[in-house]
Write a protein that binds this ligand. Sequence first.
Ligand code: TXA
Ligand code: MG
Length: 309
Amino acid sequence: MAFPTETVYGLGANALDERAVARIFEAKGRPSFNPLIVHVPDAGAAREQVTSWPPAARALADAFWPGPLTLVLPRAEGVPGIVSGGLATVALRVPAHPTALALLRAADVPIAAPSANRYTGISPTSAAHVERALGDAVELILDAGPTSVGIESTVVDLTGSIPLLLRPGTLPQQSLREVAGALELPRARVADEGAARPSPGMGARHYAPRGSVYLFSPHERDAALAAAEEAAAAGERVGALLLEPLATRLEEVVHMPADPDAYAHRLYAALHQLDDAGCTLLLVERVPDGERWTGVRDRLQRASYTPGA
Ligand code: TXA
Ligand code: MG
């Protein structure tokens, strides 16, 4: 069933039942080598799914659980390999949402759940998003209204000597670093080891609407305007996600808040809105540099990825 968390809606199944987990991959149309996040009601239940619980795990769990933080640790034997796409690790999180926690306690099993959207599509922040994306593929949706955080959890890998940030979310890197003692960023590792994809299941194109996303910086507004007018003249339906108004008439415009948390909260609903309006080209104004915007910047980058570009 689909259920709400504070980040996005998840598509959940008993993490200990291989057949149930296989149906998640089926419903999403997701390759089975992509690992899933396992949700548990508390840190005690998390410890039962792993073979080690290093000091950084305890510190991060104490500081951020329940909350939008996922920890990758060595997988216990009881957790089937299909959950982790065959990896020797498992990703765990305690969601900060009363409905999710009530479900986890009632189920009395860990619940594997990716975001409840089709593979590479926009994550759902409402029950209506889930229904539109997955339709009959999901038997039940627990509807608790729109989610509060709005983008997916921060993922930190604790299986190496230094905690590694696999996916930025809304948690400040500085706080993570302070609590965990250290935090390695994926780019540093890419430079060191030449690894292009630090996290399995983090393919470059992700969280993407159906239309093409054109990212532009504030100093590229004129070029963006020209692109919009050219595309509109060619019959495209042009929408925009803006921080500052753009001087042209577009089919669909969403004005986004200037605060990163407020922006994250609205991002997927805005992309869904432009998608539903049939926009074939989405002009998206780049967000500011700086650490507080890392999670949002990451999602915009993935939404705009075009192979070969
Ligand atoms: O906020 C969230 O995390 C939401 C809600 C439902 O909890 N879930 C979510 O799941 O975003 P999903 O499947 O869309 O993203 C999970 C990501 C994977 O794409 C992968 O990058 C990482 O978490 N991941 C999961 N298991 C992993 C593992 N064993 N090792 C490394 N990365 C892992
Ligand atoms: Mg997802």
